[in-house]
Structure formats: structure tokens, C-alpha cells
Design a protein around this ligand. Structure first.
Ligand SMILES: CCCCC/C=C\C/C=C\CC/C=C/CC(=O)SCCNC(=O)CCNC(=O)[C@H](O)C(C)(C)COP(=O)(O)OP(=O)(O)OC[C@H]1O[C@@H](n2cnc3c(N)ncnc32)[C@H](O)[C@@H]1OP(=O)(O)O
Length: 303
């Protein structure tokens, strides 16, 4: 998105996301329940529901990839497209990101995308993950995460890419980067995002231990900005949004860029190497075995 200064803020898509979406409903616009005028029309895709409010300049973007909003390739792609659509529409200044699935904000990477898949698929998948992170982290819009469910690993990264996080006060809604417990390692840009949010020492401990923080601890360590009763998450996210939108866009955007650009540039400089690292790491037999065992454990945990 172009800034007043002419600086291009978010990187252009290096993917060709449209190709994935043939036959989906992306871009379809339908009236919101009880809505009337343009400001109340929904658009979105199969897995991302967008409820735009033109009057306030704020859109609510809901993840709806049941049962747990795992970040499938399709969900990643649809998120990038929805974000780009809102960024290109000058009506919008902010997005509230939340979940349409009960009790889960986002379960992180869709492990079925990297278990038993060939290296080419894993590479395509990881590039889509990088793309979403870059787009969100550098978005010129204000992004507020209204975290209304569990938020592990990649879910936490989605939340950390936002400018502000409001978490529902439910002990089951834990947030953090638990990769080590799966036998995998957070890549440097996830680690950098963590360090930028909670500091070096807290990240060092939390990353090694794979800590998933319950709400009070997440607030204490600085992973989230507010913890509120579940029925107040949306209204609190809207109040936070108002606070951020009270600042002139150009000043806020340039400041955000100043704070985040070095972290994003680090990935941009070594995107291919990062992809190769990821692919060779997750395709190792030993890692495939741990991922399979973890998925199996998740499936058996049911009921
Ligand atoms: C030395 C070289 C270094 C190189 C480094 C390079 C690269 C680094 C390599 C890797 C980094 C990769 C980064 C990873 C980040 C991630 O996101 S990994 C994913 C981690 N996610 C999790 O651990 C969450 C797992 N899920 C849960 O804990 C729970 O499901 C939940 C979210 C708390 C919800 O619980 P709930 O009880 O409501 O639901 P269920 O557990 O019953 O699940 C329902 C259903 O969904 C399936 N499922 C859950 N999570 C996932 C998932 N992440 N992917 C795919 N599928 C998932 C679960 O199996 C159930 O399925 P069903 O039984 O078939 O219905």
C-alpha cells in the first residue's frame, strides 16, 4: 500500500494466490444480517468472513476454518487476499481480527500441510506463511486481534503481527509459541517477533520451554495488552481501535514502519534460504515421525 511519502509499505504478493481460489466464493458480496447499505455489506471467502463498516472505516475479519482455524494453504491465501482488498480500499483504516470458530482463535500451522507431503508442497506452504506474516506485520492498517479462543504457535504469530491484542479471560485460551514441545523450532522471524513483543529474556525462556500462557500470565509477560471477560472482547477491541485511529494515519504508519521494517527486511533478505531450511528440516524422517505422533495424539485426545 502506498504511503503519503511514496514509500511502499507492504511487500507485493510474491505468490499467485488467485490460482488457488478457482471455484471458491472469494469476492462475493452479500448483505450482513440486519444490514442495509454498503457499509453493512459482507464480503470474503469460504474461510475468511469480512464485515466492513464503511462509516467507521473498520472491518471485522473472522477466521472460519473449522474446527480449529488451522492455517491451511487455502486459509493463508484467502487471508492475504482479504487483507490486500481492504488495504486497497481507502475507506478502511483498521481491521479487527477474530475467530468464527468456538473456543479457538487459531491452532497455528495446519500440520496436515507438512506431514507426509512432498518438499515442493512444503515449500509452497511455507512461502504462503511468510507472505501472510510480512503482509500483516507491515500492514499500513491498524490491526487489532480480538482473541476469543486458544492461540498456540502460528495462531500466536498471527496475533503478534497485529498492533494490539485483547484476550478473553478463559484459562483454556492459552497463547504462546509451543514449537519445541512438538520437536520443531520457531524460525528466526517468529523468534524476532516474540522478542520485539516480550523482550529477550522472557522469549528465551518461553521459546525453549514451549510455554503456553493462560490469560493473566500472558498479560503479565506482555504478550497481550488487555484481558477482559469473554463477552467484552469485541467491544474492547473496538475501543482499542478507536484509540489507535485517533492518531493521524501518516504519523502512525511511518512510526510502525520504523519499528518493524528491520525485522521484516531480515526475512525479505533471506526468504529463499528460510524456505529451504524449513523444507529440509520438516522433511527429515525424525521430524516427520514427531509431527505424525503429535497429530495422532491430538486426534486421540478427542471425546
Ligand atoms: C536446525 C534447522 C532449523 C530450521 C528451522 C526452520 C524452520 C522451522 C521449522 C518449523 C517451524 C514451524 C512453525 C510451527 C508453528 C506452528 O504453528 S506448529 C502447530 C502447532 N499447533 C498446536 O500445537 C496446536 C494443536 N492443537 C491444539 O492444541 C488443540 O487442537 C486446540 C487448538 C487447543 C483446540 O482444542 P480442541 O479440544 O477444541 O480441538 P481438538 O484438539 O479436538 O482438535 C479438533 C481437530 O482439529 C485437529 N487439529 C488441531 N490442531 C491442528 C493443527 N495445528 N493442524 C491440523 N489439525 C489440527 C485435531 O487433530 C482434531 O482433528 P480430528 O480428530 O480429525 O477432528
Amino acid at each position: 500500500m502506498a504511503l503519503a511519502s511514496g514509500v511502499r509499505f507492504a511487500p507485493r504478493a510474491l505468490l499467485r494466490p488467485w490460482a488457488l481460489l478457482r471455484g471458491t466464493t472469494l469476492g462475493r458480496t452479500e448483505p450482513a444480517a440486519g444490514g442495509g447499505g454498503d457499509g453493512a455489506r459482507r464480503f470474503g471467502s469460504q474461510r475468511v468472513l469480512v464485515e466492513p463498516d464503511a462509516a467507521s472505516g473498520v472491518a471485522v475479519m473472522k477466521l472460519r476454518n473449522p474446527p480449529v482455524n488451522a492455517l491451511s494453504l487455502e486459509l493463508l491465501t484467502e487471508l492475504v487476499i482479504s487483507l490486500e482488498k481492504l488495504e486497497n480500499d481507502k475507506t478502511f483504516r483498521g481491521i479487527i481480527l477474530t475467530s468464527d470458530c468456538p473456543r479457538v482463535f487459531c491452532a497455528g500451522l495446519d500440520l496436515t500441510e507438512i506431514c507426509g507431503r512432498n518438499p515442493a508442497h512444503c515449500a509452497e506452504y511455507w512461502k504462503a506463511m511468510q507472505e501472510l506474516w510480512l503482509r500483516m506485520y507491515l500492514s499500513s492498517l491498524v490491526l487489532v486481534a480480538a482473541i476469543n479462543g486458544a492461540c498456540p504457535a502460528g495462531g500466536c504469530i498471527i496475533a503478534l503481527s497485529c498492533d494490539c491484542r485483547v484476550l478473553a479471560d478463559n484459562p483454556k485460551y492459552r497463547i504462546g509459541l509451543n514449537e519445541t514441545l512438538l520437536g520443531i523450532i520457531a524460525p528466526f522471524w517468529l523468534k524476532d517477533t516474540y522478542v520485539n513483543t516480550i523482550g529477550h529474556r522472557a522469549s528465551e525462556q518461553a521459546l525453549q520451554l514451549g510455554s503456553l500462557f493462560p490469560p493473566a500470565e500472558a498479560l503479565q509477560v506482555g504478550l497481550v495488552d488487555q484481558v477482559v471477560p469473554e463477552d467484552q472482547v469485541q467491544s474492547t477491541a473496538l475501543s482499542e481501535m478507536a484509540r489507535w485511529l485517533a492518531v493521524p494515519d501518516h504519523a502512525r504508519q511511518l512510526t510502525k514502519n520504523m519499528m518493524r521494517k528491520a525485522t521484516a527486511d531480515r526475512l525479505l533478505r533471506q526468504r529463499d534460504a528460510d524456505t529451504q531450511n524449513f523444507v529440509s528440516f520438516v522433511c527429515r524422517d525424525s521430524i516427520q515421525k514427531s509431527l505424525q505422533a503429535y497429530l495422532e495424539k491430538l486426534r486421540q485426545r478427542k471425546g
